[in-house]
Every structure is written in C-alpha cells, then in structure tokens.
Design a protein around this ligand. Structure first.
Ligand code: HEC
Ligand code: HEC
Ligand code: HEC
Ligand code: HEC
Length: 178
C-alpha cells in the first residue's frame, strides 16, 4: 500500500519519470548496425570498422603487454577486467544486462555505438537525421574534441595522433548521391 501511494505521489510530482522510463536507449551491437551499413553502396561502414584497430581494442587488453601495463599501474586485476582500461577500450562492460541487446558484445571493443550512442531507438528512424538525433543518435561536429576523449595522455601508451590524418584512415562516409 505504502508503495503504491509513493508511486502515485511520484508520478504527480515527477511525471518526467514516466516519460524517461520509456526513453531508455539500449545497445544493439555492431552486427545489428551492420545489417544496413555494410554494402559498398551504403558506405561499407562495417568492414571499415572491422579493419580498424577500434574493433580489436578489447582483444588488445588480453595481451601480455596489456597485463604488464596494468600491473605497473598498480591494478590487481588483469587488464581486460580493469574498468580503468575498459573505459577507453570497450563499451557496455559496466552496464546492466537490461541495457544490452542479445547481439551486443563487449568484446567488439570500440564499436559503432561507442561513438554514435546506443541505437535501439534511432536505428528505426535513421532516414530522418533530426528524428534520429532526437532518438539518441550522436553525431560529431568537432573531431578534434571528440577523438581526444580517448586519444589523450591518460592512455598509458599514448602516442599523439594527427586527428585529421587518423580520421582519413577510418572515415566511413555514406557515398554521395545515395
Ligand atoms: C534498418 C536499417 C538501419 C540500421 C539497423 C541502422 N542504420 Fe544507420 N542509417 C540507415 C539509413 C537508411 C541512413 C541514412 C542514409 C542516407 O542518409 O543516405 C543511416 C544513417 C546513419 C548515420 C548518419 C546520420 C547522418 O545523417 O549523419 C549514422 C551515424 C548511422 N546511420 C549509424 C548507425 C548505427 C550506429 C547503427 C546501429 C546502432 C545503425 N546506424 C543502424 C539505416 C540503418
Ligand atoms: C572510446 C575511445 C576512443 C575514441 C572515442 C576514439 N578512439 Fe581511436 N582508438 C581507441 C583505442 C583504445 C585504440 C587502440 C586499439 C588497439 O590498439 O587495440 C584506438 C586506435 C585508433 C587508431 C589506430 C592507431 C594505430 O596506432 O594503429 C586510429 C587511426 C584511431 N584510433 C583513430 C581515431 C579517431 C580519428 C577518432 C575520432 C573520430 C577516434 N580514434 C576515437 C579508442 C578510441
Ligand atoms: C571511433 C568512433 C566511431 C566508430 C567506432 C564508428 N563511427 Fe561512424 N562516424 C564517426 C564520426 C566521427 C563520423 C563523422 C561525423 C558524424 O557524422 O558524426 C561518423 C559518421 C558516420 C556515418 C555518416 C557518414 C556520412 O556520410 O554522413 C555513418 C553512416 C556511420 N558513421 C556509421 C557507423 C557504423 C555503422 C559504425 C560501426 C560499424 C560506425 N559508424 C563506427 C565515428 C565513429
Ligand atoms: C584515456 C583512454 C585510455 C585508457 C584509460 C587506456 N587506454 Fe589503452 N589505448 C588507448 C588508445 C587511444 C590507444 C591507441 C593509441 C595510443 O597508444 O595512445 C591505446 C592502446 C593500447 C595498447 C596497444 C598499444 C601498443 O603499443 O601495443 C595497449 C596494450 C593498451 N592500450 C593497454 C591499456 C591498459 C592495460 C590500460 C589500463 C591500465 C589502458 N590501455 C587504458 C586509450 C586508452
């Protein structure tokens, strides 16, 4: 009884709680994005990503080198179980299972949704860019600012990259006229 009164009172004072509950965007995983983003006509996003180091970022944490680095930094856990490493090398490792779709894999490392946001809602309305953004799609106006959220001296193996040149090696535009 107490609970239901609390619930009613909450809804009266905080109606946004209800709206927010319907608004949770979950991660669907790179395979799901790849369904519509793999042909040459669409821009081969899936294979460009697969061929990039981002797709291997989680696997990298399983190497001896990674474990050595983690140890030197004073972490007691293997690199691949260390949140301070995972935060730049993977997505979803720290989320409740209810946030992750069946096909989502943490082992996919830095994947589509790491950069574009959880896609359960926007992937249904992608043809309308504004609507997609309203449904959680993240686009990046400023690459310099975005890439350095991970490519910065907090990385134990930091190498300063030229963002513009680095982008040329992983860019995955939709071909014009599509
Ligand atoms: C059902 C098919 C479908 C799925 C699934 C899908 N997309 Fe898309 N996506 C599209 C279409 C269609 C466009 C618009 C292409 C165009 O403008 O020519 C698009 C556009 C985009 C854009 C460009 C937005 C812009 O206009 O700047 C991004 C980024 C994107 N998708 C990312 C993703 C990600 C990440 C996922 C997985 C979470 C995903 N898509 C899943 C069909 C899909
Ligand atoms: C979520 C964190 C994250 C973001 C955001 C990110 N990267 Fe990375 N990037 C990584 C990690 C981690 C690696 C190393 C993967 C490995 O070696 O296993 C990497 C590797 C790379 C590499 C390969 C470097 C090499 O020496 O081979 C390139 C190129 C690159 N990133 C470009 C970019 C660009 C351009 C952006 C912005 C559009 C970007 N990255 C955004 C985490 C990130
Ligand atoms: C390291 C971050 C990163 C990853 C990983 C990544 N993207 Fe992107 N993506 C970007 C950035 C940056 C842009 C260019 C600016 C923008 O539109 O946000 C972009 C642009 C796009 C576009 C629009 C291109 C255009 O012509 O407007 C699509 C479609 C897209 N990404 C889909 C994907 C899909 C699908 C995946 C996974 C297979 C993926 N991206 C993985 C960072 C990333
Ligand atoms: C701030 C983001 C960030 C954090 C935190 C981070 N990394 Fe990385 N890591 C990167 C990026 C970006 C790269 C690729 C370029 C570079 O080395 O800066 C990378 C590359 C690597 C590589 C491959 C480099 C090589 O030369 O072989 C290893 C191994 C690695 N990281 C291990 C770790 C370990 C272990 C931790 C935790 C102790 C960690 N990283 C924490 C961002 C990060």
């Amino acid at each position: 009884m107490q609970i239901s009164i609390f619930a009613l009172v909450s809804l009266f004072f905080f109606p946004f709680l209800l709206i927010h509950a319907q608004d949770v965007h979950t991660y669907v995983g790179v395979e799901t994005c790849g369904m519509c983003h793999k042909t040459e006509k669409q821009g081969s996003q899936l294979s460009i990503w697969k061929n990039s180091m981002h797709s291997k970022a989680y696997e990298t944490l399983k190497t001896d080198k990674a474990n050595q680095i983690a140890k030197e930094k004073g972490f007691a856990t293997p690199a691949v179980e260390t949140p301070e490493c995972l935060k730049c090398h993977a997505t979803g490792y720290n989320l409740d299972a209810s946030m992750l779709g069946k096909k989502f894999k943490v082992s996919d490392g830095v994947q589509c949704e790491t950069c574009h946001g959880p896609g359960s809602a926007y992937m249904k309305v992608m043809k309308d860019k504004k609507l997609a953004i309203k449904n959680g799609l993240v686009v990046h106006e400023n690459l310099e600012k975005f890439c350095v959220t991970c490519h910065n001296p907090e990385s134990p193996t930091y190498i300063k990259i030229n963002i513009e040149e680095a982008w040329q090696t992983i860019k995955h535009d939709i071909p014009k006229g599509n």
